[in-house]
Design a protein around this ligand. Structure first.
Ligand SMILES: Cc1ncc(COP(=O)(O)O)c(C=O)c1O
Length: 368
């Protein structure tokens, strides 16, 4: 069998969830499981959190129904609401919670005849300018929503654009806008904080926090704090060396000859490539762990393989374990953020980008 696998450590997931609860002790934490739990396997993650998390968040009804079919009974929030009015009866029957961000959704709810009222989060666009009603429009929308027979409990939601940055005027402006609305609407339940706000903005915690990426162990802050430093990686992308060769100085390596050896060089070929989701933008020198020790990417990533310089690791050979990100068997961690920085991207795209051909398997602590 191809040795590449994504090992999922559900104990680390539970640790990170508890850390979100510790960071926001006065709030409940809705665990965001959209995009297949950021590539980790939504149902497995929901099951692993089901005795801890009072609610989950997903992007669409398809994702919610897959969790229901898997036996998940908690409230599940559709973070973009419904995409067409035809979904509303299923949302009511499955007791899903719906974000309402646009006038067309409000009109559809006004027309809807559903078997049970639907709980909703009214989304305010407090400054990110993606989804939601303007702060000026919210009081009227709130009044109309609360008068609809199809609508049950209502709360106020927003999403921050810059909570990861330590001091940012936009964050303050967003928080001031929604805090004012909360008061004006008579203190309804509120849900504002994503991972960075959960970890670093206590004034934005509200009744519910909405952590995503932190649950999977990637630090979302531009400047780590004590809490974010305690996150543990959940996914380890692991493979093995399948070939080793030695080259003289001056030899080209891989497609396009991007890397040229500067000295006598020992290279290891790893079974992992962009067809698995490893980013082809990774630069020479991108870190990789070989038997827990740092080695450097050499040359362009191919579809199914990549090449690492193991000149400094004489004990490494065919069969050596390679950690592309996550935790090596000896406990050494290669943060996915560090790999992402070498690919000019973010942890979110690497984690969600691991392709379907990579088997997700449980991380077995005894095998580490
Ligand atoms: C509406 C909404 N809430 C919460 C989250 C979770 O954000 P994060 O993964 O940064 O915690 C996201 C993610 O993009 C989102 O779109």
């Amino acid at each position: 069998m191809r040795p590449l696998q994504a090992l999922i450590d559900t104990e680390a997931l539970r640790h990170n969830y508890r850390l979100a609860c510790r960071a926001a002790p006065g709030s409940r934490a809705l665990a965001v499981l959209k995009a297949n739990a950021y590539g980790h396997g939504a149902l497995e993650c929901a099951r692993a959190l089901s005795d801890l998390a009072p609610a989950f968040g997903v992007a669409a009804i398809e994702e919610a129904l897959a969790l229901r079919e898997g036996g998940i009974t908690q409230p599940i929030v559709l973070l973009e609401g419904f995409f067409e009015p035809g979904e509303l009866e299923l949302i009511a029957a499955q007791q899903l919670v719906c974000v309402v961000h646009s006038e067309w959704q409000l009109e559809a709810l006004a027309e809807a005849r559903v078997s049970a009222p639907i709980a909703v989060w009214l989304k305010c666009d407090s400054g990110m300018h993606r989804l939601g009603f303007t702060p000026e429009a919210v009081p009227d929308v709130w009044r109309r929503l609360n008068a609809l027979p199809a609508v049950g409990e209502c709360g106020l939601m927003t999403h921050f654009a810059t909570a990861d940055q330590p001091a940012c005027a936009l964050f303050d402006r967003q928080l001031t806008a929604v805090a004012g609305l909360r008061q004006a609407l008579g203190e309804p339940p509120v849900c504002w904080a994503n991972s960075p706000a959960t970890l670093s903005r206590p004034t934005a915690h509200g009744d519910w926090v909405r952590p995503g990426i932190m649950l999977y162990g990637a630090d979302p802050l531009t400047h780590a704090n004590d809490l974010s430093s305690a996150l543990q990686p959940v996914m380890t992308l692991e493979s093995r060396l399948i070939a080793v060769r030695e080259l003289a100085a001056g030899e080209p390596v891989g497609y396009g000859s991007r890397f040229v050896t500067e000295r006598r060089t020992r290279l290891g070929v790893v079974a992992c490539g962009y067809g698995d989701g490893y980013d082809r933008h990774a630069v020479d020198g991108t870190p990789v762990l070989v038997d827990g020790q740092r080695a450097a990417l050499a040359g362009r990533v191919s579809m199914d393989m990549l090449i690492v310089d193991i000149t400094g690791l004489p004990a490494a050979g065919v069969g050596s374990r390679v950690t592309l990100w996550g935790r090596a068997p000896d406990g050494t961690v290669l943060p996915v953020n560090e790999v992402a920085a070498c690919c000019d991207t973010i942890s979110y795209t690497l984690l969600t980008g691991v392709t379907a051909r990579v088997p997700r398997r449980p991380w077995l602590r005894s095998s580490s």
